[in-house]
Design a protein around this ligand. Structure first.
Ligand SMILES: *Cc1c(COP(=O)(O)O)cnc(C)c1O
Length: 371
């Protein structure tokens, strides 16, 4: 094949990123297959079966409706907000990083009134942060359960109790906690959950999923008339009754999703979670004697933020990628020079972490000596 781009180099890198993540061979094989036409009974039946199994993975019942949206995670966040809320609502947003800030930005764009609990980097969300927002007439809470930019895993019970007491709709972006940490939508008291293909599901980017329970449907979604055509949930819900989407979805990613849901059901969700937990624990333990630290707030198993003592993060990121073909997540904002983030999701083994840690040790020495 004639190709002027150096694509092999990109394909050969090992991803410690989220996401895309290091994908599993059986999903890569699925990606290589032709894309089927989707307005068929066969495709509908496959979607209906997958939808049913997917709800079990989410820990919810068939009464919950899943909206399969062709969009990145941000598209699903925006869609969830505008289908559940409007100018007459008042929201509380946990803003502890890039993704919390994004919920605020979405509300600004759509004129939805909100207050935010703004957490400086390093601060753990606690009961005390919520006190002054009790009985203030909020109608919904927006939170990124794992704020991926910092890796903080918020206390879901604390937030669910707050929503219950204050009669609020609990909207949880679970994009990097679902299939990374224990997650049970109903047991956790979540009304609307937001998921995306390229994170814990380990698929190509392109599909994001919004799961809305009966309460969310009856008290919010079915009562609102959002000013959007493409993102109108009512259309997706009625189409999904026959296993279809209103518009052409990313069919290939839906095929990957079916394959992954079947795989996880066969492999076992608990076993998958335990693998990720062990990888995270292994990495965190193995780096404990390097010149770096890990934040003290509660962490998701999805990702480990690694904080350097010197401003070498950008250099370490580049050397890992350019010299070793190992890709980690850089950090943004005030931590950009001091932090990288290492994912534990995807087709990664202990030996991959051994390689990463060896390279990391060399990179830290090199970069520190150049400061
Ligand atoms: C990745 C991510 C998103 C979505 O980001 P996109 O780039 O739009 O896919 C949203 N929330 C969280 C917590 C994420 O980690």
């Amino acid at each position: 094949m004639c190709c002027d781009y150096d694509m092999d180099e990109l394909h050969q890198m090992t991803l410690f990123t989220i996401g895309p993540v290091q994908m599993y061979p059986h999903i890569i094989a699925e990606k290589g297959l032709p894309i089927p036409y989707f307005r068929t009974e066969e495709f509908s039946n496959q979607m209906l079966k997958m939808d049913n199994d997917f709800k079990q993975l989410l820990g919810t019942t068939s009464k919950t409706r899943c909206i399969y949206l062709t969009a990145s995670g941000t598209g699903a966040m925006e869609a969830a907000v505008i289908n559940c809320f409007d100018e007459s609502d008042r929201l509380l947003i946990i803003n502890g990083g890039t993704f919390g800030k994004r919920f605020c930005d979405i509300c600004v764009v759509h004129n939805i009134p909100f207050d935010e609990i703004s957490l400086p980097f390093g601060e753990e969300l606690t009961r005390e942060h919520l006190y002054r927002f009790e009985n203030c007439g909020f109608t919904g809470l927006l939170v990124n359960l794992d704020e991926t930019s910092t890796g903080q895993l918020y206390n879901v019970e604390l937030l669910a109790d707050f929503c219950q007491r204050n009669h609020m709709l609990f909207v949880a972006d679970a994009i990097t906690t679902f299939l990374c940490d224990p997650f049970e939508m109903d047991a956790f008291g979540i009304d609307v959950a937001i998921l995306s293909s390229q994170k814990g599901l380990c698929l190509s980017p392109g599909i994001s999923i919004i799961a809305a329970n009966e309460k969310a449907l009856e008290t919010h979604i079915l009562k609102k008339t959002p000013k959007t055509l493409y993102l109108n949930f009512k259309d997706y819900i009625s189409n999904m009754e026959r296993g279809q989407t209103p518009f052409t979805p990313a069919v290939g990613v839906l095929q990957e999703l079916c394959s992954m849901v079947a795989y996880i059901r066969a492999y076992g969700k608990d076993r998958l979670l335990s693998d990720i937990e062990q990888r995270a624990a292994y990495f965190r333990q193995q780096i404990s004697n390097l010149e770096l630290k890990i934040p003290s707030y509660p962490l998701s198993n999805a990702i480990t933020p690694v904080i350097f003592k010197q401003p070498i993060a950008k250099q370490v990121f580049l050397t890992l990628k350019n010299t070793y073909g190992l890709v980690v997540n850089p950090a943004g904002g005030t931590m950009a020079e001091y932090m990288i983030r290492v994912s534990h999701v995807g087709d990664l083994k202990h030996k991959d972490y051994d390689n990463l840690i060896k390279a990391l040790e060399i990179c830290i020495k090199e970069a520190s000596s150049q400061i």
